[in-house]
Design a protein around this ligand. Structure first.
Ligand SMILES: Nc1nc2c(ncn2[C@@H]2O[C@H](COP(=O)(O)OP(=O)(O)OP(=O)(O)O)[C@@H](O)[C@H]2O)c(=O)[nH]1
Ligand SMILES: [Zn+2]
Length: 358
């Protein structure tokens, strides 16, 4: 076979997901530790690339297929495959044996039925919290996203876009860095590949990233520059729907390969872009640990930090040790959180339960 044809064929084959190794797909010790030698004889690991009604597209070693999304035993609300999940798939029947435990999980109450939970993505390593140096820069919003990252279990990285439009973007970088010790903050011009290159470390082989941020901050622009492609939104997969028909669907996990540079994965589902803080309170406590640590010193354990004697929060604000604006934001988030949990508790004890009726 002539050399160039060979090269061409190799290049073509390299485009296929089924030629990727498990490590390239994001497989880590965390997952392999969950699989016994015995299990691995009958089952192979596969990652969920997209989710459709009743089916999932998966990729594994030598495997690229659309398979039924049902599990052998119906489980709890989170026992459904979602984008980014690692599954054990039966080597013969190509059915799902089980979902491996996740490193992180994005979810939200299902729209229209808050008693149900909608899974958005799993096993994301890094969350790019995208905000623009101009109009959009808002500390309270950043804090909300940090709370979300904490709840979900992903590493947050604040990406400040439109650096070129701000006269003093360093001030914003400092303001963002001050929110959490060790917080990574990157300043970019999203249109400029040289500038966006500073995000490459988070997007390496086997890494999975996701983006959140308000409309217009430059998420699509960033994705375009990261992938070196403008066709990402239209990348489609043709797949068998199990009834012999072929359907075309849009991928929800994209390869961040830029030319010859191999990269990781970007999760970009409609649900991801709209994410809000959910019902769990742990994130608020941890993101605001400077405030909550002081609150531990209040004389009364149920102190409302308004006018109680011995309130450590008020004392710290008076002494200039706590920023009153940050305390106000903490109060607001903690309050919303309590309201959410209260609503959830109310829902749990609502209808159907005769004991609740008078
Ligand atoms: N000057 C400058 N303009 C930018 C930068 N990043 C994005 N833009 C521009 O900002 C506008 C909005 O960018 P998008 O990438 O569409 O924003 P988005 O966050 O994807 O918005 P949605 O699609 O609504 O979620 C576009 O006109 C971009 O060209 C930047 O770093 N500098
Ligand atoms: Zn107090």
């Amino acid at each position: 076979m002539p050399m160039n044809e060979d090269v061409l064929r190799t290049a073509e084959a390299a485009m296929k997901t089924s030629d990727l190794s498990l490590a390239q797909l994001g497989w880590k010790a965390f997952f392999s530790e969950q699989v016994s030698l015995e299990e691995s004889r009958s089952f192979q690991p596969a990652r969920v690339i997209s989710v459709h009604r009743g089916r999932v597209s998966v990729a594994g070693e030598g495997l690229e297929d659309s398979i039924p999304s049902s599990l052998p035993v119906a489980g709890g609300a989170e026992d459904r495959p979602t984008v980014g999940d690692w599954l054990l798939v039966d080597r013969n029947s190509r059915t799902i044996a089980r979902i491996l435990a996740r490193t992180s999980l994005f979810k939200r109450p299902a729209p229209g039925d808050e008693r149900r939970v909608q899974l958005i993505a799993a096993n994301v390593d890094t969350l790019f919290i995208v905000t623009a140096c101009k109009q959009d820069f808002n500390i309270a919003r950043l804090e909300r996203y940090l709370v979300l990252a904490r709840e979900v279990g992903v590493r947050p990285v604040v990406v400040l876009t439109k650096a070129d439009l701000s006269p003093a973007p360093e001030l914003l970088v400092d303001a963002a860095r001050a929110l959490q010790s060790g917080l990574q903050v990157e300043l970019v011009d999203g249109r400029d590949p040289a500038s966006v290159a500073r995000l490459a470390d988070y997007c390496g082989v086997g890494q999975t990233v996701a983006l959140v941020g308000s409309s217009g901050v430059g998420k699509s622009t960033l994705v375009k520059t990261l992938t070196g492609s403008s066709s990402i939104a239209t990348q489609a997969v043709r797949e068998d729907d199990g009834k012999g028909r072929h359907t075309t669907t849009v991928r929800e996990m994209y390869r961040l390969a830029n030319g010859a540079n191999e990269g990781g994965w970007l999760v970009d589902t409609p649900g991801m872009r709209e994410l809000q803080m959910s019902e769990v309170s742990t994130g608020v406590t941890e993101v605001f640990d400077d405030v909550t640590n002081v609150a531990l010193e209040c004389r009364f354990s149920n102190c409302t930090h308004i006018a109680e004697p011995g309130c450590a929060i008020n004392a710290a604000m008076a002494a200039g040790e706590l920023d009153p604006a940050r305390v106000a934001r903490w109060r607001k988030l903690a309050h919303e959180d309590a309201a959410n949990s209260g609503a959830a508790a109310a829902r749990r004890s609502r209808p159907g339960n005769a004991a609740n009726r008078r």
